[in-house]
Structure formats: structure tokens, C-alpha cells
Design a protein around this ligand. Structure first.
Ligand code: PMP
Length: 387
């Protein structure tokens, strides 16, 4: 989330001026700090203690293809997917990464033909996640190159298509969009969790990426995982991570296993005599409230618009529900505002403009996952803006 913006290092709210009343609100990056509240409520339930002698070896499970995958973390991944019903894990290899960002690079490395004379094209339908072009081309690899919007890709050559569903930045459910068969698909399902979108069916793809960052909010652990059907692809991804970082922090995997365990426990125990609140019940209710506040503020200002989502049956909540994405994809409607990012910056709201996502600067992406104090300030300021 930090890659593409010069404002990325600015904290979410920052005092400006003498008395600090006019604060800059930074909702440019998707830092999921809104979940802190839940984890504070959970007290010691998700606390772990790691003795000094523990997790010293490079190796976690030498019998596993992914030899640096902690077995308990693998167990909790399989469990949480079963509890939520958002992905099939049977017949898949799990590869752990330092965030799903590392797994993204590992996937491109593993899927690109090794003996081709030209790098393979990597595409995604615009608006696409702003880090894809930067990460694809960061080392000017001979294996792969960014080729832009999947909707207009018409070269008669092999390609890798990134399918992000629900999509970052606009929140829509997506399928492959290149008008041709034979592409290699990578599904980035970072946001396919019940607090953001109805869980309509378990994902059953060749290569799917998930991240702890967006499910539980623990972005700082830097842990992601890939579910991979093809054994050779899983081996090559593992090789990439071995070459890149010789594995993935065991301490982080042990901690990630614990938070996933607490999430699954909370779902199974919710409604019982212990009065446990399911993690997804908490996070879904919070997102519903934030989207209600945002839609109200947008209506009041009269100069912005937001995407509209149709509802669908969510198997997890067993209810017909709408989408409430982790980002708001806001459009400045008036003819007098061409650059929505600059317009909002003048109101001391930092967002990420449409051009980073391959579309018009009339759009901006706004994080919905910040702390309550920042979010409330943002809503207050947005509702006062007039053209
Ligand atoms: N994919 C998508 C669509 C994302 O929005 C993000 C985080 N902004 C990532 C991947 C990377 O997540 P991480 O590296 O924290 O796992």
C-alpha cells in the first residue's frame, strides 16, 4: 500500500498549524488500523509468548514442499477458509510469503515462461491496484513486463492476468476480462472476506493470493499465503522466496496462526453462552456504519458520487447483503474539478488519484480502514465541502 505515493510516509492524521486544529487527514494508503479496537477487546486471547530458544532454525517442515511454512499456520489457514467458506483448500499447496506482495512477485516468477525470448505481458483491468505496475517492473525483469489494462489487451501472445476480487480500488466483484482464452490467471482475493463483500461461493482458482493484512488488520506482521494447484508452480514460488529471503519469519507465522485461530474460534463460539463477538460480525457492522456515514456525507455535499453495489447472498452470514469495500472510489462530478486528488488535498484530505490506477484523475481512492477518530474527522470535513 505504500509504494506509489509521495505522501505514503505521512501518518494518518497530523497536526498542522499552531493549535493543531486543522489536521491533514491521510487516507492515501490502506492501513487497516480500524481493527485495533477488536484486538484490544480480545485482551490476552491473541497474545503469544515466544521463548528465546524458539523458532531459531531456518526450517519449519522439511517434509513440506514449502519447507519454511509453519505447520500450525497451515492448519489455521485451512480452518479459517472452511469456517468462512471463501476458498477451497483441498488439493492445494500452501505457500507462505512476506505479505501477499512477496507472493505476487513469486507468482510472476513462477508463471513466466523460463525460456522465452521476450518478457511475458502482465495485465489487469483498469482501475487496477496501483502497486501492480510498479511491482511488476521494479527490477526490470527479463521474465515479465507490465502491459496495462486487460480490457484493451489484444496482443496475440501469452499473458498473465491479475484478477482482484473484490477489486482494489473500486470494490466490484471481478472475473477475467481479457477477451481471449489461454491466459494465465492470478487471483488476488485480499478482500474476499465477509466484512467487505458477500461470500457467494468458495474460490476455486489455480493460484489465489490472500493476506493477513486485510482479514484481521495485522498488516505489520507481513504475512500472506497462496493456494496453488500446480505442484511445479508451488515449487517455483517457494524457490523464489528461498532466493529472495530464505523463507518467511517464523515469529510472524506463529503470531498469524494465533490471530486466525482466534478469528475462527470467535465465529464458532459466537451466540454461545460465553458472549463472544464474532470477528466478522464486529468488522462487518463497523464497515456498514462507515459506508452509511460516507453515503450521507456525499449526498450532503452534492458534488461527489460513489459506486453502487447490488446485493447478493452471503453464505457466511446467510443473508442477502451489499458490498462495503475497504476503499471508497470517489468521483468528483462537477466540470470545474478535473483533479480530485488535488481538490481534496486543498481540503487537507490526502487520497490516491485515479491516474495511479490507470483511469481518470476525476476519481480518488480513499481508505475506509483507518482509526475511528481519523474516519470521523474525514466525514466531518467531506460533508462541509461545496464546489
Ligand atoms: N493485493 C491487494 C489488492 C492489496 O490491496 C494489498 C494491500 N494494499 C496487497 C495485495 C498487499 O498486501 P500485503 O503485502 O500487506 O499482504
Amino acid at each position: 500500500p505504500l509504494l506509489s505515493s509521495p505522501t505514503a510516509a505521512t501518518p494518518a492524521t497530523q497536526p498542522l498549524g499552531q493549535n493543531g486544529r486543522e489536521r491533514v487527514i491521510n487516507l492515501d494508503h490502506g492501513d487497516p488500523t480500524m481493527y485495533e479496537k477488536y484486538w484490544k477487546q480480545m485482551g490476552d486471547k491473541a497474545t503469544i509468548v515466544i521463548p528465546g530458544w524458539q523458532s531459531m532454525s531456518y526450517f519449519s517442515d522439511v517434509k513440506n514442499l514449502c519447507w519454511f511454512l509453519e505447520p500450525e499456520f497451515a492448519t489455521q489457514i485451512v480452518r479459517v477458509h472452511k469456517v468462512v467458506g471463501n476458498a477451497l483448500t483441498e488439493g492445494r499447496h500452501i505457500v507462505v510469503g512476506t505479505g501477499s506482495s512477496q507472493l505476487f512477485s513469486a507468482a510472476l516468477y513462477a508463471l513466466a515462461p523460463q525460456d522465452a525470448s521476450n518478457p511475458i505481458s502482465v495485465v489487469s483491468a483498469a482501475p487496477y491496484y496501483s502497486c501492480y505496475p510498479l511491482m511488476t517492473d521494479s527490477i526490470k525483469s527479463g521474465l515479465h513486463k507490465w502491459a496495462g489494462d486487460a480490457k484493451v489487451f489484444n496482443k496475440d501472445e501469452p499473458y498473465i492476468e491479475l484478477v482482484t476480487s473484490p477489486n482494489n480500488p473500486d470494490g466490484f466483484v471481478r472475473h477475467s476480462m481479457v477477451n481471449r482464452t489461454g491466459g494465465i490467471l492470478v487471483h488476488d482475493l485480499a478482500y474476499y472476506w465477509p466484512q467487505y463483500t458477500p461470500i457467494s461461493s468458495p474460490a476455486d482458482n489455480d493460484l489465489t493470493l490472500f493476506t493477513v493484512s486485510k482479514i484481521t488488520g495485522h498488516a505489520g506482521m507481513r504475512i500472506g499465503w497462496a493456494l496453488v494447484k500446480d505442484v511445479e508452480v508451488a515449487k517455483r514460488m517457494t524457490k523464489f522466496i528461498e532466493l529472495n529471503t530464505i523463507g518467511v519469519s517464523k515469529d510472524s507465522q506463529i503470531r498469524a496462526a494465533k490471530v486466525l485461530e482466534v478469528v475462527s474460534d470467535s465465529c464458532e463460539q459466537a451466540g454461545g453462552s460465553e458472549h463472544v463477538e464474532s470477528f466478522f460480525h464486529f468488522s462487518h457492522a463497523l464497515m456498514t456504519e462507515r459506508w452509511r456515514m460516507l453515503r450521507d456525507a456525499v449526498k450532503r455535499s452534492g458534488i461527489f458520487s460513489l459506486p453502487e453495489f447490488s446485493s447478493a447472498h452471503c453464505n457466511f452470514f446467510d443473508n442477502n447483503l451489499g458490498s462495503q469495500p475497504a476503499f471508497a472510489w470517489l468521483k468528483c462530478d462537477g466540470d470545474d474539478v478535473d483533479d480530485c486528488e488535488s481538490f481534496l488535498r486543498r481540503h487537507k484530505i490526502l487520497t490516491r488519484g485515479g491516474k495511479h490506477f490507470g483511469v481518470s484523475p476525476k476519481y480518488v481512492r480513499i481508505s475506509m480502514m483507518d482509526r475511528e477518530e481519523t474516519y470521523d474527522l474525514f466525514i466531518q470535513r467531506l460533508s462541509q465541502i461545496r464546489s
